[in-house]
Design a binder for this molecule. Structure first.
Ligand code: G3I
Length: 377
């Protein structure tokens, strides 16, 4: 290379480096929702203190970065409908006032689940087990009351949550055992009747596991073939820092796009703590004893792991950008490390660090990695 070329290329290189730092730092000041605009909505789960204005750090981040939120717990059956004749809509009503005033879209989570559903749901007034017709009627009444109340205000619903085991078989729950496997189709029909304009999703974790992914894809195809209204598949992104491999995550996005339904990433977090492989996903029935070796970052995440987490988030978001024609929304399952469910799963009382912001609400390298990926880098 001639001296001129060398000087020229090194000058160009220096300018490019300076420029990319300038652009990156400019972009760091941009809301995630602005950078994701034209691709997908970007959201977070919101908990009660946040919804009630008692967590200013998280609420400021929500207002700035997200255009959709999903209440983490207050629309689950045990919260919104704790007794046969009693609904508790207050917390959701108050949350909607806040989100609507800020132009933030609320997503409903969740109508039918085997967790967080009171025992009385499956028993008659005299304490007898329900039969199929009676339980279907109870399900219809619940969905009609909850979805109907928020008709036109809640934009989409996780209608059925976690109906499959990881091997693709239908999970044995009171729903599937009393009603039969068509409890899923019935729930979608009831929800559609209650609000024909709301988007309706089937939502599950570990869909990167081929057997479970294929079962969910079969379900969606059957529902569509029978004319049951299903708009999308909710892929809970409860992933680890090193697992599952990116190609398996990608393989769980593509088939749903081909079926013509939206892919929504409903519960994204990336767990950097060690986890025994059998505890992948979000099976709340598995709660082994906490061992110290499984809680190694109580004093903070070491730099090397911060970088690894950033790399993983960057890879994941580059994949989302690549498949933005199929992905309609990406929702993180918390705002900061202070309020993630992963501080208590699969072991209670861990100090976890899976989000883009640390416990004080300061952006982590993972935040910069997401900014870069959304900026096409
Ligand atoms: O509200 C009670 C409170 O009154 C009581 O004092 C306190 C004592 O433990 O418990 C509170 O309830 C807790 C609830 O969150 C609200 O904070 C439950 O114990 C706790 O088990 C519950 O955990 C939630 C979990 O679902 C079970 O519903 C997590 O916050 C929530 O992040 C998690 O979310 C699930 C999705 O819905 C479905 N996919 C998996 C995901 C992670 O498990």
């Amino acid at each position: 290379m001639s001296g001129f070329s060398r000087i020229f290329s090194s000058t160009v290189f220096t300018w490019l480096a300076v420029w990319s730092v300038v652009v990156a730092s400019d972009r760091r000041d941009m809301p995630l929702r602005t950078l994701a605009a034209d691709r997908f909505l970007i959201g977070a789960a919101i908990n009660v203190p946040q919804a009630e204005g008692r967590d200013a750090v998280a609420m400021n981040l929500i207002s700035r970065h997200f255009n959709t939120v999903t209440p983490e717990n207050i629309l689950k059956w045990e919260k919104v409908h704790p007794e046969p004749e009693r609904y508790d809509f207050g917390p959701v009503d108050r949350l909607l006032e806040v989100t609507e005033s800020q132009g933030i879209l609320l997503i409903g989570h969740t109508l039918v689940w085997h967790q967080q559903t009171p025992r009385w749901v499956f028993k008659s007034a005299s304490g007898e087990p329900m039969d199929r017709d009676a339980l279907l009627e109870r399900l219809r009444a619940h969905i009609t009351a909850v979805v109907g109340r928020y008709k036109g205000r809640i934009g989409g619903w996780d209608v059925v949550n976690e109906a499959f085991e990881d091997d693709g078989t239908v999970r044995k729950t009171p729903w599937s055992q009393i009603i039969g496997e068509d409890f899923i189709a019935k729930a979608f029909e009831f929800a559609h009747q209650a609000d024909p304009d709301a988007e309706l999703y089937y939502n599950d974790y570990n869909l990167w596991k081929p057997a479970k992914r294929d079962a969910a894809a079969r379900l969606v195809r059957q529902l569509l073939d029978r004319g049951v209204p299903v708009d999308g598949i909710g892929e809970q992104g409860h992933w680890l820092i090193n697992d599952p491999p990116l190609d398996l995550i990608e393989a769980a996005i593509v088939p749903f796009g081909k079926l013509g339904v939206k892919v929504v990433i409903t519960e994204l977090d990336v767990d950097p703590l060690p986890r025994p492989r059998e505890l992948m996903g979000a099976d709340l029935s598995k709660r082994p004893e906490l061992r110290q070796s499984l809680d190694p970052y109580r004093e903070g995440l070491p730099d090397a792991v911060q970088q690894e987490l950033a790399q993983r988030y960057g890879d994941i978001f580059r994949l989302f950008v690549k498949h933005a024609d199929k992905i309609a929304r990406v929702t993180f399952w918390a705002v900061t490390d202070a309020n993630t469910w992963l501080n208590n799963f699969p072991f209670r009382g861990r100090t976890n660090h899976p989000m883009l912001w640390d416990r004080e609400g300061k952006p982590k390298p993972a935040f910069d990695a997401v900014i870069k990926a959304l900026s096409g880098k």
